[in-house]
Each structure stands twice: as C-alpha cells, then as structure tokens.
Design a protein around this ligand. Structure first.
Ligand code: GLN
Ligand code: ZN
Length: 751
C-alpha cells in the first residue's frame, strides 16, 4: 500500500523560518538570505518524507506566511492599497500579511481568520470590482522543480478553487458568481502549465467540501471541476478533503472523473458509512486519511487496519494523513525531558511518517512484530488514571449543572451588595506584561531567584497595578495576571494530568507559533492556584476585586486532548478542578469571579447541524458546572474574544453568567441587535475600544460607542471595558486609554 502526506510543517524544526522572517522584517537580513533559509526548510521536509518512504509528497505546501495568501497572490488578487505602496514582490506579500507602516505609506493587513476548526489562521483574500483574476505567479512550478532537482518527485498541492472562492471576501458590488468563470479559466491555465512541466499529480485541497453545502455550492463544484478535468491530459488529479466528511456531495465527487479522492476518516464521522453505502469507483484511487494530522497520539494500528479491511472496495487504497501535518510539531527528537514512558505514546509529524510506513507494511504483510509492539501502547499508561477523578465525574448530578437562584434574583442581590455605579467600569484581567515581568518569571524558572523573591516581585507589581486602577478610577479591580505566561499554560502547569513539551511548536499564523500543553491523564487540582494572588490584591484595596480564571472549554480547546476518553469527559474533569478554585476564591472573600472562555466559539463544529449535539450540549453545561456552587451574591463574569456568536446567542445566555464581556469594537456592533432580539438576560460589556492596536481612543469616541450600545442594551445591564486583556500593550497607552474610558463612563452617567 502506498503512502501519502497532505502537507508538512514549514516553520522549521527549530522555528528557523520564524527567526529568519523576523530578522528580515527588521531589515537585518536580505531577501536572499530569507529565501535561503526557506529553501533549507523545504529541502529538509522533502528529504524526511522521501527517506521515510512516502510515495506522495506535496510541494507548494510551503509558505512564507499562509497558503491562502499565496494563492491570492498567484492569481493577482492584490487589493490596490497594497499595490500602490510600490514595494517589490515579497514586500507587497508581507504588507498584505502584516500591514505596512513606513515611508511608502500606512496600510492595515488583510483580515485573518481561523482555518476551519484548527488553531491555524489564514488571510482572507479581498476581491473588489476591479480585481482582475489572472495567473501571474509561478510558485507551484518553482517549488515542484526545486524538489525535482533534489531528487524528489512531488505532487503539487494547491488550495482548490471552490474553497478559495468561498473563503474570499467580496468587497464591491460584484460577487462570487461574477468572478467564477475567470477563476476557472486561470486555474485551467495553471493545470496546463503544470502538465507541461511534467507534474504527475496535482492535489486540490478542498476542505470547504466538509461544510454544509447547498444546491448552488454543488453546482459551483461541478462547473469548476468539469472544466479542469477536461484539460488534465495525462496529469492525474487528486481531490483532497479534510476536517470532516463530504456527505452533501460525496456521490458527485467520486464520479466527477478525478484520479484520486482524499477522504478524512479521523474527523469525518460519516466517511466510512458513505463508502459502504454508496460505494467507491474501481478506477479512482482512494487516499484514506487515517493517521491523525491534528493530534499527537500514536496511531492505533489495529483500529486503522480494521477500517481498511472493512472497506471492501476494489480500488487502490493509498494510506494518508487526515489533514496536513502543519497542525502538529516536527519531531519528538527535540524533546529531551519527557522520558520514554511518555514519548512512546506520541507521534509528531516525523513520527507519523514512520507510522504510515509501518501500517502499510503490516497491511502488505512485510512487517514482523510491529503490530504487537503497537498494541502494547494501548494498554494502561503510567500516571494517567486517578480513580477519585473518575468517581467524581461519574457522580455529577443534573442539579450540579444549574445555579440557583435564577439570574434575576441574583442580579438584584448583587446590585444591593456590590453598590456599583451605573455603567460600571472594569478591565478584562491582564495588565501590560513588561520586560521586567517576563524577566522575573524566567529567572525563577531557571532557578536564579527564590520563590520568595519571585512572589515578592509579583506582589509589588500587583500593588502598583491596583494603585494605578484606583488612580484611574476603575470600579472593579483586577490583580493584573503578572504570574501568567499564557492563560491556558498557567492552569495546565498547576493541574495534575498535564505534560509539557520543550519544542513542540505549532504554527498559529505567520511567524507566530504556540506550544499547546498535552492532556496526559485525569485532570484534578491538588492545591489552590490563584487564591494567594487574589487575596493579596484584595488586601490592597477597598474596592471589589475580580478573581480571574480560565474556563474548562478554553483550557481543553487550546491543549492536545486525550484520545482514550471523550473530550466531554476531559472537559468535565477540568471543570471540576476549576470549580474547586472558584469556591476557594469565594471562601476567601472574592465576590466577583471571571471565568474566561476566550476559545469557546472556536471549536463550534463546521456543520450547523452538529453545533448542539456535538458540542454546545456539553460545553455550555461544563461551564455552568464551574460556577453553579457559588452563593447568589457572588457575581460570575465570563469573557469571550470574538463577538462572532450572533448565531449562538441563546447558548451564550445559557452559560448563566451574571456578566459577559466581549470584543465588539472592531465589528459593526451588529451583535447588539441580536442580543436585543434574543432578550439576552446576562449583563454585557461589549469592548468599547480595540486593545489589539496601540492607538489611544478619545473620550468622544468611547462616548459615541456607548451611546450606540445604549440604544440596544438596557442601561442597567451595560458595563464599560476594553475588548480584551491588556497584556500585550505598553504601559503609557494603557493608562491613557483607561483614563479616557473612565471619563467616558462618567459623561454617560451624568446624562
Ligand atoms: N483574562 C485574560 C486577559 O486579560 C483574557 C485573555 C483573552 O481573552 N484572550 O489576558
Ligand atoms: Zn479576549
């Protein structure tokens, strides 16, 4: 059985591309040097895959920033504002990716969005009425030739036209329909050029096919690929899908005339079923995505082989990854501290290559003993199970998911007790993490200072931060989160059941990488985590102090989850741990507690029909479990980063928090209409200014934002706050912005 990989990581094993790019941005290295670093990274990936015996290796999966952006530039989708800067090619590319501020002008970057249900972000192509769709680049050809020169025959991977057209934003009068034909024509040209070049396989990545599709979508797919297949000649075409199954269009896709169709068996719940009930044509090669491209656990060979054996089709089967390996780290070779007991259970990108080989060898009957060795891995793991946790989760009762008394009664009690002014002002939690804060943490981690010194430093920071908030006149005070490096990692490090890696970086966008912690076993809290900090903060002021926690859904969504128990089960374990922390904070006199669910919206299933049954039906109760045990007087806040939850407002209200703050300043405030329409009961603090930019908002601007909000939100329910944490901001702009925020709230109160 042959093996195929959809895409390989490209940031560099030691994040070489990140560091080279950052130097290039600062003008410290030339384009030539940056290109040389990139070439090295590509070559590394090609060779690794070839040496591992991969038969179908992708080229053009590399990117300086993002593949959707690459595709936009390839087809001349460059908005005028970037063109007008008059920069060289790569300069224009990076201006679109990151914005440009310099002698040639000042433009913002293209919008960035999450790539389907991953933590990777793509740049949203902008098509306006003057856009001339035209094949102007040659990146796919260059990279094919480069691999070939290295002795590696590759398939050319490219973002498919359907996915591209669906993800693009049409900013003028014209829409997708108006551009469709031009796109098809230019993709056809590309196929012809690749054919002339001798490319044997072209892979069209079409993840958009796993979403809910309507008649128009299906027609569009047919129109596109009928034309492309017409000109393919000897070149073989692979239609590659991932992140789910293609139930709405399966029969059409398999019979359109592709040489290969790639299906996801890991996330595609219905993939197997579709093949079994609807068949699979004999003359099409099935690229079976069976090795998980998103998670880091070893593949269970028994299960994988069982799926392959149950397929019962006559066509050739190629064993593949479920999606690009971009979403996992490079290699376990870089992990020196975890130890074999742990690492033997993991497979990062390079180890997945070995898995592909081993599974296919077992299937072909040319491997001995590999299966038994693999079966061993799925018996009990060390330090993974905790009876007490399992018992506690099993003992959760329906009533534990409900906070009593109901919202309105609590709201009344809290107003009496907290005596906050109308339009209370607060922040989202973190204050600027200045260099001294990070230095203190690093010194402690390296053992250069004692725990006492570390704590002393942070306490001083907290006191100063509180003095500052009092001086500014904020109503609800926070401690500033100086002890946290990251809102998820911090809790992971303080909970049982987590393990951490040294170099397991995964690209989040452009040069930014994250290092998600791994949920290894049953999660529990052995000791209070934030209580000392919050208690100290409370001792510094007479004003109410808000305790600050990360919620279970966000902790789970930003970690690598377990595969031996359900995500729901893991989330409930985390929820119980955070619940203990909530109750401890309350017992220590903290009567406002914020539980951040920044990433709640992120893992919403790609199909609307799955939103509730697959996700919200357990995620929302898990959040309620965290706070249902507090007294009615204790005010529970939550925070979400995006206001893109217009379509799940009832679910957000069902979190049953007392106050929710969220980002709204960049969006058009349309969320407010939906809140009103849905009779949203929770009090709300739609961010009044954008913390993602260093710009200081004026008092008038904030008054204007609040005035608009008041049209839709009851005065008694409106809070005044920035739209997210201030961690990444400088101290000067933070102070100036918050002074204006408080001044604006006062003006509104006087009205
Ligand atoms: N409390 C966190 C902070 O202020 C929230 C961060 C977030 O929403 N991403 O930093
Ligand atoms: Zn946020």
């Amino acid at each position: 059985m042959k093996r195929s990989v959809i895409g390989f990581p490209r940031i560099g094993k030691d994040r070489e591309l990140k560091f080279a790019s950052e130097k290039y941005f600062k003008g410290e290295i030339s384009e030539t040097l940056l290109e040389a670093a990139a070439k090295e990274i590509r070559s590394y990936g090609f060779h690794k895959q070839k040496d591992a015996g991969i038969d179908f290796i992708s080229s053009n999966d590399f990117s300086f920033y993002d593949n959707v952006l690459d595709t936009a530039v390839l087809f001349n989708i460059i908005p005028d504002r970037y063109r007008e800067l008059g920069l060289p090619e790569l300069g224009t590319y990076f201006a679109m990716a990151r914005g440009y501020q310099g002698e040639k002008g000042n433009v913002k970057a293209l919008a960035m969005k999450k790539w389907f249900n991953t933590n990777y972000h793509y740049l949203v192509p902008e098509i306006d009425d003057n856009t001339e769709v035209k094949l102007v680049g040659d990146k796919p050809i260059r990279e094919y030739k480069e691999a070939k020169a290295l002795g590696v025959e590759t398939k050319t991977a490219i973002v498919g036209p359907f996915t591209f057209l669906k993800l693009a934003r049409y900013t003028g009068e014209k829409n997708l329909e108006n551009f469709k034909d031009a796109f098809i024509a230019e993709y056809v040209k590309l196929v012809e050029l690749l054919r002339k070049e001798g490319v044997q396989w072209i892979e069209f990545d079409e993840p958009y096919l796993v979403r809910d599709l309507d008649e128009a979508d299906i027609k569009l797919v047919r129109d596109i690929y009928n034309k492309i297949i017409d000109v393919k000649g000897d070149t073989k075409l692979l239609l590659q899908t991932y992140f789910g199954d293609i139930r709405d269009i399966y029969e059409i896709i398999i019979s359109l005339g592709f040489d290969g169709v790639g299906l996801d068996f890991v996330e595609g719940r219905k993939t197997l079923d579709l093949i079994k009930t609807k068949g699979f044509p004999e003359d099409v090669i099935l690229f079976a995505g069976l090795v998980n491209g998103k998670n880091i656990w070893r593949n269970n060979y028994d299960k994988t082989l069982e799926i392959i054996n149950s397929l019962n089709i006559k066509s050739e089967i190629v064993l593949g990854t479920s999606c690009s390996l971009l979403h996992v780290p490079y290699t376990l070779d870089s992990e020196t501290k975890l130890g074999e007991d742990y690492t033997k259970h993991f497979a990062f990108a390079e180890e997945k290559l070995v898995e592909l080989k081993e599974i296919s060898d077992i299937y072909d009957g040319t491997a001995d003993g590999l299966l038994i060795k693999n079966q061993e891995l799925f018996k009990r793991r060390v330090n993974s199970y905790d009876e007490a946790v399992a018992t506690r989760v099993a003992g959760i009762k329906d009533a534990d998911y409900t906070r009593l008394p109901g919202f309105y009664e609590r709201e009344k009690l809290q107003k009496e007790l907290l005596k906050l002014p109308a339009f209370p002002t607060t922040t989202i939690g973190s204050f600027p993490q200045t260099a001294d804060v990070r230095k203190n943490r690093q010194a402690f981690r390296k053992g250069e200072i004692t725990k006492e010194q570390y704590t002393e430093f942070n306490k001083n920071k907290i006191r100063e931060c509180i003095e500052l908030q009092e001086e500014i006149g904020l109503d609800v005070i926070v401690h500033g989160e100086f002890e946290r490096n990251d809102m998820v990692e911090y809790f992971g490090e303080n909970l049982e059941g987590y393990v951490f890696t040294e170099k397991a970086w995964v690209q989040s966008y452009g040069t930014r990488c994250v290092k998600p912690p791994i949920i290894w076993g049953d999660v529990s809290r052995k000791h209070p985590i934030t209580v000392e900090w919050s208690k100290y903060a409370k001792s510094c002021t007479d004003k109410p102090v808000k305790g600050m926690l990360t919620g279970p859904v966000t902790i789970l969504n930003w970690s690598f989850p377990r595969e031996d128990i359900s995500i729901k089960e893991s989330t409930l374990q985390i929820a119980l741990a955070i619940r203990d922390e909530v109750l401890d904070l309350e017992a220590n006199g903290i009567n406002i507690i914020q539980i951040d669910e920044a990433a709640l919206r992120e893992k919403l299933p790609l199909r609307r029909s799955d939103w509730y049954c697959e996700y919200l039906d357990w995620a929302i109760p898990a959040f309620r479990l965290v706070h249902s045990g507090v007294k009615p007087e204790t005010q529970i806040h939550t925070h979400m980063c995006y206001s893109e939850f217009t379509d799940i407002i009832p679910a957000i209200d069902a979190m049953d928090a007392d106050v929710i703050t969220f980002e709204a300043s960049r969006s058009d405030l349309q969320i407010l209409d939906s809140l009103k329409e849905n009779n949203f009961k929770t009090e709300v603090g739609p961010g009044v200014y954008d913390i993602h930019s260093p710009r200081v908002p004026s008092v008038e601007e904030i008054v204007a934002a609040l005035t608009k909000m008041r049209e839709k939100i009851d005065d008694k329910k409106l809070w005044v706050n920035p739209d997210c944490g201030l961690k990444t901001r400088g101290e000067t702009e933070t102070k100036a912005s918050l002074i204006n925020l408080v001044a604006a709230a006062k003006i509104i109160r006087e009205k």
